[in-house]
Design a protein around this ligand. Structure first.
Ligand code: ADP
Ligand code: ADP
Length: 227
């Protein structure tokens, strides 16, 4: 069974100026344990596809499953399979880092696992910030907490939407080291980016999205050979 399956997914946005097809019959599967890249220029539809996968946007047509769970028909089951790192920083400023992560466990209806939280803090370079209040953290540190928060329920599928846009080199390195480790340990990773170099370095396969359609899908080595 694929870890993620997009089946003929389409999305049409309605606006005053008419309708706009952001996704047009997108179909592909991501196998368990893959580090998969979704590449495409701005406006290609990457964020729309991720948002549909995360259950935040309704598709106009098609079907998406995560480890066999249908995102539309059984959202709670599908959502538990996913660790989605959002682009926006939204936190309660009155909690410290550890409390923030424990709280997030509660949202998933699981008891917090402090050993795992410690591993997340360690892996993301937050070990000495566990007691720091969210409002005292720099933007970069908050971003690390955002990643930890997305992974607190140990999701088998990790989704990163342009995670390094505007992020400094050190954080980028930490993030890639940690996510690569989780991938080696069995997690499936879906990364969207508009940087080919980033996808090249990390992803085993890459899908190219253009104007809402998959225009190429192949092993990174094949893509590079032809480039
Ligand atoms: P990407 O992440 O690849 O940059 P997006 O999924 O954000 O692409 O956007 C794809 C297209 O859909 C863009 O042309 C964008 O302007 C349009 N779009 C995205 N969200 C909306 C919306 N809520 N309403 C109308 N158009 C939208
Ligand atoms: P632009 O809007 O010019 O493309 P960026 O994508 O670099 O600019 O983002 C501007 C700021 O927003 C950055 O300093 C960063 O903190 C934040 N930001 C926006 N999206 C992301 C993301 N996916 N990951 C990290 N930071 C982001």
């Amino acid at each position: 069974m694929p870890a993620v399956s997009f089946q003929n997914v389409s999305k049409t946005y309605q606006s005053a100026r008419g309708t706009f097809k952001a996704l047009d019959g997108v179909s592909f599967d991501i196998e368990p344990g893959e580090f998969f890249g979704l590449l495409g220029p701005n406006g290609a539809g990457k964020t729309t596809l991720i948002s549909i996968l995360a259950g935040l946007t309704q598709p106009s047509g098609g079907k998406v499953t995560v480890n066999g769970h249908d995102v539309q028909a059984d959202y709670p089951s599908a959502r538990r399979q996913l660790g989605v790192v959002p682009q926006e920083l939204v936190f309660d400023p009155f909690f410290n880092v550890r409390e923030t992560l424990r709280l997030q466990s509660g949202y998933f209806g699981i008891r917090h696992n402090d050993a795992w939280i410690d591993e997340l803090l360690e892996g993301l370079g937050l070990a000495d910030k566990a007691q720091a209040n969210m409002r005292q953290l720099s933007g970069g540190m908050k971003r690390r907490v955002l990643v930890a928060q997305a992974l607190v329920h140990r999701p088998p599928v990790i989704v990163l939407d342009e995670p390094t846009a505007g992020v400094d080199v050190e954080l980028r390195q930490t993030l890639w080291q940690f996510v690569s480790r989780l991938n080696r340990e069995g997690s499936t990773v879906l990364l969207t980016t508009h940087y080919l170099e980033e996808a090249e370095a990390l992803c085993g396969r890459i899908a190219m999205l253009k104007q809402g359609r998959v225009v190429a899908l192949e092993k990174t080595s094949e893509l590079l050979r032809r480039a």
